[in-house]
Design a protein around this ligand. Structure first.
Ligand code: SAH
Length: 257
């Protein structure tokens, strides 16, 4: 495999954490879209228990806290993301509403039927969409909601180059009707799906990273790994610009039966 096509997961973890630590989000998304998805979810109260899985530094968790009642636990595998998560929560005076903990999405620290809502933006692919929906379901109360974003195909057919890119990055990518059927089969009523608008990829994700890339190349001048990482990231943006009519992120919202 050429370096250009190397998966982001093959780079040094500390480097990846530093790279993504200075942006508000670590994946495509926006405050408007988080609030829109939340609009499909009812019955949350001050007693509600919410988990944000693969929360990163908590950009979307803070938006959630500002628009819902209840207690939110953010979980991420990277301690440096969780440190930032908790620091930013304190800065916005949200420390009584949200708490970040280090943990893994394949071994969640919740009790059966403890949660009213499971949130996960741009992260369920790490365990796989179907596996995540199935394994996380037991932590939800009956009638509780799950809301996740997931890479999805918009069309039945697409050019070979983009097909290969995703086969490499995340072979579980599939069309929206197939993902909805998987959600239903996993024991949820599919409540809503919608495609994330383009600005979730551009304005809120790729654009802020341009400054980070320039700073990284200056700070680590001559470092081959860093140069590769940035080349890889820039390639991803080119792929997005070329093929964005064929794929994107979709919000899938379901209610546990
Ligand atoms: N939800 C955030 C971050 C998305 S990036 C946002 O939308 O901005 C995906 C996140 O999943 C990263 O922070 C990564 O550290 C986390 N992650 C990856 N594998 C994980 C695992 N097995 N358990 C917990 N978190 C994981």
């Amino acid at each position: 495999m050429s370096n250009k096509n190397k998966s982001i997961h093959e780079f040094d973890i500390n480097l990846i954490c530093e790279y993504f630590s200075s942006t508000e989000r670590q994946g495509p998304g926006s405050p408007e879209v988080t609030v829109k998805a939340l609009g499909f979810i009812d019955h949350l109260t001050n007693e509600s228990r919410i988990a944000d899985i693969g929360c990163g530094t908590g950009g979307q968790t803070r938006v959630l806290a500002q628009h819902t009642p209840g207690q939110i636990t953010g979980i991420d595998q990277f301690p440096s993301f969780i440190d930032l998560f908790n620091r930013k929560a304190g800065e916005q005076n949200l420390q009584n509403r949200i708490a970040g903990i280090v943990g893994s999405m394949d071994n969640l620290p919740f009790q059966p039927e403890e949660l009213d809502l499971i949130w996960s933006e741009g992260a369920i692919y790490n365990i796989g969409f179907e596996r995540g929906l199935n394994e996380w379901r037991k932590f939800l109360k009956t009638g509780g909601y799950i809301a996740v974003t997931e890479a999805s195909w918009f069309t039945e057919e697409r050019p070979a180059e983009i097909e290969e890119f995703w086969q490499d990055a995340y072979p579980e990518i599939d069309t929206i009707p197939i993902k909805v059927a998987q959600m239903q089969k996993a024991g949820y009523i599919p409540v809503a799906t919608f495609i994330l608008p383009e600005n979730c990829w551009t304005e809120h994700f790729y654009v802020p990273l341009v400054t980070v890339q320039e700073a990284f190349l200056r700070k680590y001048a001559g470092n081959k790994t860093v140069e590769e990482l940035i080349a890889n990231q820039r390639h991803e943006v080119q792929i997005y610009n070329r093929y964005k009519e064929y794929y994107g992120y979709v919000f899938y919202i379901g209610r546990k039966i």
